[in-house]
Design a protein around this ligand. Sequence first.
Ligand code: ATP
Ligand code: MG
Length: 430
Amino acid sequence: MPTRGIQAIRGMNDILPDQIYLWEFFEQVVRDWMAAYGYRNIRMPIVEQTDLFVRSIGAVTDIVEKEMYTFLDHLNGDSLTLRPEGTASCVRAALEHNLLYAGPQRLYYSGPMFRHERPQKGRYRQFHQVGAEALGYTGPDIDAELIVMCAELWKRLGISGVRLEIGTLGNTESRAVHRARLIQYLERHLGDLDEDASRRLHSNPLRILDSKNAAMKEIIDGAPRLLDDLDEDSLAHFERLQQILRIQGMNFEINPRLVRGLDYYNRTVFEWTTDKLGAQGTVCAGGRYDGLVEQIGGKAAPACGFALGVERVLALMVENASEIPCPVPDAYVIHQGEAAHDLAWKMARQLRDEGLKAVLHCGEGSFKAQMRKADASGARFAIIIGDDEAQAGEISIKPLREAAEQVRAGLMEAADLLKKNLRELEPENS
Ligand code: ATP
Ligand code: MG
């Protein structure tokens, strides 16, 4: 019976070698960028107790209600969840290891997140985020730092056309006042609410403003604004944040309707969006979550952070035709005959010892076939070793990317010659 090929799970992508250089370039830029601002990397497990996410993200949110990969560990009956986001895990880890005893912490993480959504361009079931979390800082200076950092990343990645929107959610009390006003307003429009909104009317009315249902737009546009119910401290915090951003030369819009899809946010919220990616236009989102540390079981501590969607940022890099260096081998070593074979191994090893990237031809093949492989590898040079060369204990160097003569060299000179030629090929080093 023919077996059907097993395929990857819908919405979960393989990242193939032809795309990986883009990812690796991005990852390197991220490492340098985070280090430049003093954020240290932390790595958490991909699976956590389900409760962690329910308690932090909120039971009445899209993520917890319909997007989480939750399953029973059949070996011990625990309810586990593939992490849908990183903030809760990061805070959990910081508390579990008492990181905050040493003072405030600037942390960052990156890796896969899991949400059971309808897969489409820019929306996947396994996707990747890079997130920064500043734990123990009151702000608004750190809020501004996190925002300014993002702008710096866009610059380092060669991305343009991302807009910044900021807003504020106020404190718990002002949100309670707002909530009551909002419920009153929505109750007057009961007939126009969709199913999700009707269900959340009393459990999480703020979330209704985050609805993506176009039919709800008019009601949402007419709803009371949280900005009008803000407490004085939150207002001052928000004013100071804007002031720092302006001094730092940042362009931004104030969006009074910015509600994030997670319950733990208060005060500052922000999003970076673009028109260049169609419907999935939010590339980065974050804000302040002063209550979360205590909620997860730690001593109360203020905090602020953001998470960016890696797939969307990479798509923007492609869209912007950012210049991304594609790594290729320096040399492809081709050879024929027993003596040449041994010399080829020696040559390849010596090139690598000298810090060069060398691919050694493996398997049979005529010189012509091997040359085709060398060309397809993208290598800058072919190193050719035939009977002639083997007898003389030499090699031939053939440039593959420029019109230049093939030259003969001794084994010991080869690496130096290649390096010299590679330097000449490198535009920025010339
Ligand atoms: P959206 O409104 O697009 O559903 P969100 O508010 O659910 O996003 P967050 O939880 O704030 O997203 O996650 C931060 C970022 O992670 C988003 O701005 C986006 O770039 C990215 N992201 C979120 N969900 C997905 C997904 N399913 N696939 C790819 N990227 C995603
Ligand atoms: Mg979402």
